[in-house]
Design a protein around this ligand. Structure first.
Ligand SMILES: [Ca+2]
Ligand SMILES: [Ca+2]
Length: 105
């Protein structure tokens, strides 16, 4: 677990009673719920801009840039996926994990 993660802990007390008249209660219980992680952090690219150069004779499948993002949540809340959302008009690039590769010319 990351040390900077905020945890929330709730402690409840409950009572049980019967449906008689008058109702009788004789037992109390406490229970605690700990929220280990809330997805309250967004991933951030570090750096936020990348510049690279590719030779026109490069072999298809060559990695052209490695992206990096940080994320302060845990588990599934911190698992990242990368995708190109615009700019690749010819469909020449693909991202596998965090690696951008040239695949189609
Ligand atoms: Ca969190
Ligand atoms: Ca997150």
């Amino acid at each position: 677990m990351k040390s900077n993660t905020v945890f929330f802990r709730y402690t409840f007390y409950a009572m049980v009673e019967d449906r008689g008249n008058p109702p009788l209660n004789s037992s109390l219980a406490s229970f605690t719920i700990t929220v280990t992680d809330v997805n309250d952090n967004s991933p951030v690219f570090v750096p936020s801009a990348y510049v690279t150069h590719v030779s026109e004779g490069v072999v298809l499948g060559t990695s052209v840039v490695m992206l990096n993002a940080t994320e302060n949540d845990q588990g599934d809340n911190s698992r990242l996926s990368y995708r190109i959302i615009s700019g690749d008009l010819g469909g020449h690039f693909e991202i596998c994990n965090k690696t951008v590769s040239l695949f189609v010319i």
